[in-house]
Design a protein around this ligand. Sequence first.
Ligand SMILES: [Fe+2]
Ligand SMILES: [Fe+2]
Length: 202
Amino acid sequence: MSTTQPTKTILRLELPTDPRWVNIAEKNIEEILVDHAYCEQKAATSGISLIVKYPDKERLVDEMTELVAEEWSHFERVMEQLKKRGYKLGRNRPDEYVVELAKHIRKGGKRERQLMDHLLVNALIEARSCERFKLLWKNIQDEELQKFYYELMVSEAGHYVSFVKLAKEYMPADEVDARLKELLAIEADIIRSLEPRPDRMH
Ligand SMILES: [Fe+2]
Ligand SMILES: [Fe+2]
């Protein structure tokens, strides 16, 4: 795959997606759109949970309010694409990638440290989604979806940057960078351990 921005320079992901993924994804666009709709729904829900858990963190509340609105508009847009094609949302499915990653949000300790882990895990989900949108944008044949994935790639890259910045608002920058480095390695191991699936965004 290409090593140009934003996947390499901004996102710092250690392991590129298996190139087979985009081919199998395009052949299963219904499944990919359904899974994608749930990813957007979860992104919005996760922003709301952060507001509920940390109402005293003013900057966090402001930024999550904005993010939730954006993720919800992404959800609406994926729903529009589903309906246009006569597909239905259907049931939610387990998201192994997110479940594995979330196990690395440390419990206990300082509240700010937990918040940092949560924000960085969210940052990595954004980064990986962004990388996948880039692959879809560059490789998929459907022109409308190409444009859609391009716009989402840009938006999720912005979210990645915001989450990392926000973590630095509440914890020292060097600690955030060190933890991000650890989590990037963990994320690469998780990606390595999961077979590319035709019915999953991650
Ligand atoms: Fe999104
Ligand atoms: Fe996002």
